[in-house]
Design a protein around this ligand. Structure first.
Ligand code: K1U
Ligand code: ZN
Length: 164
């Protein structure tokens, strides 16, 4: 089991735009090792997602999974999916508010508005092009993780408290 250190809010790596995985890296030992280490780290921290920059690798790789939890008791079970170079092809105009947390921002949660449904194109570890429609909690996690690839933390999207 390889549990990696997780970068915390304020560290420069979390503000960078991650670079795409190159064609020559697909199906490589290094990409498989990165995937295993990210998976171990996510499961060890009881996360439902993780992005490579969170483990100090500025590459466009994310993992998402889903299971019912205290905040989302109706969340479906979804086996972990690794997405390399993910791109949101379509996002619904309908947005929904939902609570988020982040392994890089300990002890902070907050309400974030996200598209309810999205379609994502990504590549498997072997470089096979895939497309998937995601709804609800899974769509939220994917948007949160893709934000990490673009140097954005959920705290930058928190509901503004107008005080009114
Ligand atoms: O990217 C990360 O830091 C992982 C993050 C993913 C995420 C959770 C909730 C909404 C959007 C994205 C986490 O896994 S935080 C810990 C967690 O398990 C959790 C937090 C809030 C709700 C449900 C689960
Ligand atoms: Zn996060």
């Amino acid at each position: 089991m390889t549990v990696l250190a997780v970068a915390k809010q304020g560290e420069a790596i979390l503000g960078l735009t991650a670079v795409p995985v190159a064609e020559s890296e697909f199906a490589s030992e290094w990409l498989y090792q990165l995937n295993t280490a990210m998976m171990d780290t996510m499961l060890n921290r009881q996360g439902v997602g993780i992005a490579a920059p969170q483990v100090y690798i500025s590459k466009r790789v994310i993992i998402i999974t889903s299971r019912p939890n205290l905040r989302y008791p109706d969340a479906p079970y979804m086996e972990p999916v690794t997405m390399v170079n993910p791109e949101i092809l379509h996002a619904s105009e309908v947005q929904v508010w939902g609570e988020e947390g982040c392994l890089s921002v300990p002890d902070r949660h907050g309400e974030v508005a996200r598209a309810q449904n999205i379609s994502v194109r990504y590549y498997s570890l072997e470089g096979k092009q895939m497309e998937v429609e995601l709804k609800g909690f899974a769509a939220r996690i994917a948007q949160h993780e893709i934000d990490h690839l673009n140097g954005i933390l959920f705290t930058q999207r928190l509901q503004m408290d107008t005080g009114t």
